[in-house]
Design a binder for this molecule. Structure first.
Ligand SMILES: CC(C)(COP(=O)(O)OP(=O)(O)OC[C@H]1O[C@@H](n2cnc3c(N)ncnc32)[C@H](O)[C@@H]1OP(=O)(O)O)[C@@H](O)C(=O)NCCC(=O)NCCS
Length: 170
């Protein structure tokens, strides 16, 4: 399977919502508000929204289009140990396209974007999300703190991890 990883446009918003619906990360009831916040993120030059688009139509079927997406978020103030900076802001891959390297590519694109702007990257995740912790290990993220909330992010089950990575020297 070949994927194109590219910055999202406003036209991708419905496809992104479809990915989150398939992954049960949003619902029809929340879709309208989600679309508005996505649209704002796509238009914001301080954030990056990226999509993965399946290129192999024969395997995709049903006009799958966007099969994964991810974004960054920029905080311009510190919240305790969660310093101001660029944060990886969530990545979702359609369940039927997982373990194919899509999230890794979406993360590589976001990390490259952050390294053009900063020498530190940040990331918060639920302590129970083993898949996400394993995915991000490759970029050298190290745990900075644990807690119930970092900036506005809270966690199902109550505890999250704050991680930081440093820009590679080369
Ligand atoms: C986490 C998620 C984004 C991974 O997407 P993916 O495209 O399947 O991930 P990749 O194929 O790029 O996997 C890259 C690496 O991540 C790790 N990984 C991915 N899924 C994993 C899982 N279910 N269990 C353990 N490790 C996992 C592995 O180290 C994997 O490398 P490998 O396949 O060589 O072992 C996907 O499962 C998902 O959308 N989950 C729901 C949303 C979510 O939890 N997002 C992360 C928090 S914001």
């Amino acid at each position: 399977m070949i994927f194109a990883i590219r910055p999202a446009s406003q036209a991708d918003v419905p496809g992104i919502i479809a990915v989150d619906m398939a992954a049960v990360r949003t619902s029809q009831a929340l879709a309208e508000r989600f679309a508005a916040s996505l649209s704002a993120a796509v238009a914001d030059h301080v954030r990056l929204v990226v999509v993965a688009e399946a290129q192999d139509d024969a395997n995709v079927g049903g006009g799958a289009g966007v099969v994964g997406w991810a974004k960054t978020h920029h905080w311009d103030y510190d919240d305790g140990p969660a310093l101001a900076g660029h944060y990886l802001g969530g990545v979702t891959v359609r369940p039927d396209f997982r373990r194919l390297g899509v999230a890794a590519e979406l993360t590589a694109a976001r990390m490259a974007w952050i390294w053009e702007r900063a020498d530190r990257a940040w990331f918060v995740v639920n302590v129970q999300n083993e898949a996400s912790l394993a995915l991000h290990r490759k970029w050298g993220f190290r745990e900075v703190a644990r807690g119930p909330r970092f900036h506005t992010v809270t966690f199902d089950g109550g505890e999250g991890v704050l991680l930081q990575a440093a820009r590679p020297l080369s």
